[in-house]
Structures are given as C-alpha cells and as structure tokens.
Design a protein around this ligand. Structure first.
Ligand SMILES: O=C(O)CNC(=O)[C@H](CS)NC(=O)CCC(=O)C(=O)O
Length: 270
C-alpha cells in the first residue's frame, strides 16, 4: 500500500439519469485534476427519484450506471466506487448495488445493500426502501488492493450496524466506503458521529461520498461527504454544496494509529 489521494464526491442527484451522469463526470474530472486516484460516488448517484420511476427505468439505470463507471475508470485511469444504483432482480424489485471498478474497467467487487431503510422519522417523513429493494444476502466484500489498501464496502444505512464494519475489519479492511444519501433530518444528528465511531472503533479510514440538497418532492439529504482518518480526525468535509472532499490515505498514519491504539488486537468477543 502506498500514500495516495482519495475523493468522496458530493452530488445532488435528480430523477434524471442523463443529467446525473453529466454532473458525476464533472465532479470526477474535478477530483482527478486535484490528483485523486481513488474516487467514490454516493448512493443513488445515477438516479434519485420516485420508487415507481426507479423500478420502471431499472434496466436502463443499471446498464448505463455500470457502463458509466467502467468508462470513467478507464478514461481517467482511476479506481472508482459507484456507491449505489438499482440493479433489477425481477419486475418489482432491485438490489441497491455498490460496484468497485479498476482503471482497466474490470469489476473488483460488488455489494448488494443488506440493511434496508424502513423507518418513520420524527419529522413526519416515511421511508420504505423494502417496497422496491430486495435485501442483499451476502456479507460485504473486502477487496485487497496492493496499492490502495484493503477496501471494505458498505452502503448508507449500514453505518448504523457496527457488526458489519467489525466483520470488514476482521477480514483485514483498512478503508471503509460508506456511500450515502442520508436524510437531512437524521444526518444532522447522526451522520458524522456514526462515521467517526466506525473509524475509531476499527482504526480504519472512512471514505463517505454523499448526496446533498433537494432531489424531488420532499426528499432532502444532509451532504457532508467526508474522509476520516483512523484516529477519527475529519480530513475533508464537502459541506452542503455539490463538490468533492479529498484527502490523503497514508499507510504510515494507519500503522501509527494502530500502534498507538491497538484496540483491534484487544477484542474479546468478535
Ligand atoms: O430513497 C431513495 O430514493 C434511495 N434510497 C436511499 O436513499 C436510502 C434508502 S431510502 N437511504 C438511506 O439508507 C438513508 C439512511 C439514513 O438516512 C439514516 O440511517 O438515517
């Protein structure tokens, strides 16, 4: 593993596949011009709209999202994570899928979100992700990259389930991806705290690309795409406008923190 720059992209995705891919490409270009070698896009990067539209357009979104990620990876010679897009299972349901692609356009890892956001929030908004999404049944993967470190995948609401990250840490993860479309309401209270907790308790880097702003109807997200180091320090925060959070991933910092705080070695239960 070497030192390199990683980017967590922040978008305001809309119910418009083509527009979103144009926005994503501009931000990838911006990240690459600043030197990023590992670039991540948020959950719903290619489409954020009504459930029925997501299902109706499912095949097109899945095909174009995957092709887009491979094209971007090859054009910019980067490793890229597409933080979550629908891949149809049948005519009613999709997997909320995160996909990691290398600079040659090869698929490195794929993860289908296992924890679905079925929650009635105190602000009156109701989310029923399971209406249209089938829960994944496979444990998230860790991709061992010689240059970039061991990359663990997860998506959004997963961040509330520490056992998933403990599992990734046990599999040797150095870096956790947490691509998200956190609600504006829960984000204000929980987003940063949960990310810092996952970083600190596992002494891992966090790369968390995010959705921000107003998407459609009442759907509003929190923003603050960020990169956090294994001590819990926030290295970069994209604020609340579309943009990029960029920071260095440094193997000697990782070693230093794991030496100073060897809590992973002191585990008793898991
Ligand atoms: O809604 C869509 O169109 C696409 N899906 C999402 O954005 C997903 C599932 S609803 N969002 C979350 O998991 C938010 C979790 C969250 O905000 C929390 O844990 O507090």
């Amino acid at each position: 593993m070497k030192s390199y720059l990683a980017a967590a992209i922040q978008m305001t995705s809309l119910p418009d596949l083509e527009k979103n891919l144009v926005q994503a490409e501009e931000l990838i270009d911006l990240a690459v011009r600043q030197g990023a070698e590992l670039v991540s896009l948020p959950e719903n990067f290619s489409f954020l709209g009504k459930e029925e539209d997501k299902i109706a357009l499912g095949d097109a979104i899945a095909t174009k999202s995957e092709k887009f990620l491979k094209t971007m990876a090859q054009r910019f010679q980067i490793t890229i994570l597409g933080g979550g897009f629908p891949v149809p299972v049948d005519s009613h349901k999709v997997y909320n899928t995160a996909l990691l692609i290398d600079p040659s356009g090869q698929e490195l890892a794929r993860y289908e979100k296992v924890h679905l956001f079925d929650v009635n929030l105190p602000d009156g908004n109701t989310y029923r992700e399971s209406n249209t999404v089938m829960a994944g049944t496979r444990i998230p993967p860790v991709y061992p990259s010689k240059h970039l470190g061991n990359l663990g995948l997860s998506v959004c609401y997963d961040v509330r389930f520490p056992e998933l990250y403990r599992h990734l840490a046990q599999m040797g993860a150095d870096i956790f991806f947490v691509p998200a479309a956190f609600t504006a309401y829960t984000g204000a209270y929980h987003w940063q705290v949960l990310l810092q907790a996952r970083a600190i308790e596992n002494t891992c880097y966090i790369i968390a690309p995010a959705q921000t702003g107003q998407h459609y109807a009442l759907r509003q997200t929190h923003g603050h795409a960020m990169i956090i180091d294994p001590w819990g320090v926030i290295l970069a925060d994209a604020g609340d406008a579309p943009g990029v959070a960029i920071a260095e991933i440094n193997p000697s910092r990782l070693e230093q923190v794991r030496r100073q705080m060897p809590s992973l070695q002191h585990r008793v239960f898991l």
